[in-house]
Every structure is written in C-alpha cells, then in structure tokens.
Write a protein that binds this ligand. Structure first.
Ligand SMILES: [Ca+2]
Length: 344
C-alpha cells in the first residue's frame, strides 16, 4: 500500500444549545474506534470473576431434522432522517491553519478546523477542501476550491482521505454522514480536472482501522440479540471483501475464562434452554440444551449466523424473520435461550 494515505478527519460537533457557532474537532491519522454498538457487553469487561465450570456440554453433532428457509425479510426499517432543531451556523475559519505535510504520521491531531488543504488530484498544487453543514436545510456542502457538491444530511461525522486505487491520479474522500440515529451513509468523492466526481454511496458507517490497515464498515443485526458486525471493504467501488460481517465485539478465550459471568449476563454467551437445530460441517445437527454459544459472524441477508460453542465447535444457524421476530426451525429465537438481550 505504497501510496495508501489514510487520514481520519473526525469532526465532532460540540453545540451547546443556544450557541450560534460550532466547534469542530478534526483528528487526522489517528486510529479510530469502532462505532458504539447497541450492545451492553461493550461497556463492562473489567471485572474478572471466577468462572463456573462449564456444564458438561454435549455439543457433538447429533442426527436431527433441520428445516430452514432461505427467505428473510428485511430487518427493521431505517428511520427516516428528520430535520433537527434549526440552529444558525457560521463556519469559523479562523481556527485554521492546519499542517498537512505530516499526513502519514500516525497520531497527529488537529483540533478545531473546518477545512484542509491537500493535493488531492496529484497535480502538484494543493486544493482547499472545506465542509459546511446546514441544519436548517439538512445538507452538507463539500467545497473543493471553487466547486461544491451538496450531500443530504447535516450530521457530518467524519471524513476519510484515502487512496483507494493507486492507479487513479487522485485520492478519495469518504464523507460519512449520519442521516439519523446510526443510519450512516458513506459517499466517495474525488476531484478530476477541476470537477468534483461523486462515486458510490454505501449505506454504512465507514472507519479506517489503522491496526489492520483496512477500511472497515459496520452494520448491526438483531439476530441473537443486537450485534454489530464489521468487515473490510476495498477498491474504489467499495465492495465488501467477504459476505460475512465479523462480530465487532469478539469474545476471546481469555474473556471466556475470566469474564464468563459478564458475558452471560449481557447475552453474549448464550445459554440454551432447549436443543438448538443447526448445521455442523454442512450437516444437520443440534447443540444440546444447557450448552453455551456465542456469535462469530453473520451474513448480509441477516438470515445466517455462525456460532461457536464454549468447547470450540462451530455451527451455522439459519433464521427466518417475520413480524419483527426471528425464528429458528419454526420457533422464536428467544425460546431457545434464557439470557438473550434485546430480543423482541
Ligand atoms: Ca491539486
């Protein structure tokens, strides 16, 4: 990734009610954290506790009939963005300047800015890139030199400057706007021959994972209690690298050993109250009542999840979805567990 430049501009809006100006914070090149997931277990993982002995698990696959359908209906409808309380907005450009020649320096931070300068089209001259959001009109305007483009939504959360395709003579701006509560839209923009070109839009939050050096997108699913999945994207078309969304909060063996009670309390380690129909190595099987499982990943359609038992057996669960409820083998998902969080 010779020319990969990843710069995270986190624009955090601090807007005291009644105040007529915004304070923006932009962090560049700083490793980012995963977005807050509606998942209680991400909050508390500190106390070690004495792990109770795992019940004798009889996870070995058994013969059994498994019926599942592939049809899944869309999950909960996205909330429609709603206009926010009108607030006067005046960009405070006096908060500049910013130094941009240290883009690749990890940990460099710039606070309080609404614009930056960078040679985004590789012609040897820096462009001025600025961001302005208008809560009255519910839009965000991105201006590059004298050209502007307007994107819907005024809650601009962050911008990533990244070279998605070294073969193209420009860097890409990924503009992330939270349309409503956690309804992110990421829009790719670039600048060619003095014009702003709008590329793909992805209906997800987008973050740069500095540790893995990958562009990560995040998505939630309500199956097995609300879980947030992440996966890497690449290329200028921002295609997902895999079908699977890895659960953003991953349970490690150490956590299983030290934090088992919390994992159970918050519904990450799920306790089975009846045999759970599944597939193991592609064959119908059941995970026995009394076992504990946790989710590893789920798919795009949110109708399939891969789980692991405490003793390491991995299984595939198939879901159907109807009337806001998930079913496994015709039974409501919550009927299989006694510690499912955020179930309906
Ligand atoms: Ca330029």
């Amino acid at each position: 990734m010779k020319r990969l430049i990843a710069v995270m501009l986190i624009m955090m809006l601090l807007m005291p009610f009644g105040c007529s100006c915004y304070r923006l914070e932009i962090n560049l090149g700083k490793p980012t954290e995963a977005p807050t997931a509606p998942q209680a277990t991400q909050q508390t993982q500190t106390e070690a506790n004495t792990a109770e002995t795992t019940p004798a698990s009889t996870d070995a696959p058994q013969n059994g009939t498994v019926t599942h359908t592939e049809t899944a209906e869309p999950t909960a409808a996205s909330a429609t963005p709603q206009a926010q309380e009108p607030t006067p907005y005046t960009p405070d450009l006096s908060l500049l300047p910013i130094e941009y020649d240290v883009y690749e320096e990890v940990g460099w931070e710039v606070n309080e800015a609404t614009m930056f300068e960078y040679d985004i089209d590789f012609d040897g001259k820096e462009e001025t890139v600025s961001f302005k959001y208008d809560e009255d009109a519910y839009i965000t305007t991105i201006t590059i030199d004298s050209k502007s483009i307007i994107l819907p939504g005024s809650n601009l959360t962050h911008v990533i400057l990244i070279d998605l395709d070294p073969a193209t003579p420009y860097v890409n701006l990924l503009v992330c706007i939270d349309g409503a509560s956690d309804d992110y839209i990421t829009t790719e923009l670039h600048y060619v021959n003095g014009s702003i070109v709008k590329g793909v839009e992805v209906m997800n939050d987008c973050r740069w994972d500095a540790e893995e050096e990958k562009l990560m997108f995040y998505e939630s699913s309500d199956i097995l209690g609300t879980k947030t999945g992440k996966r890497s994207y690449s290329g200028e078309d921002l295609k997902p690298d895999t079908e699977w969304l890895e659960v953003a909060y991953e349970i490690t063996e150490e956590e299983l050993k030290n934090n088992r009670s919390e994992l159970i309390e918050f519904g990450d380690l799920l306790h089975l109250t009846r045999d759970l129909p599944c597939e193991v190595n592609g064959k119908p099987a059941k995970i026995a009542k009394g076992s504990y499982i946790y989710m590893l990943r789920f798919n795009d359609a949110h109708d399939t999840a891969e789980v692991r038992t405490e003793n390491g057996i991995e299984a595939t669960l198939r879901f159907t979805y109807k009337d806001w409820t998930y079913y496994i083998d015709g039974k409501k998902v919550e009927s299989y567990f006694d510690n499912l969080m955020f179930a309906d």
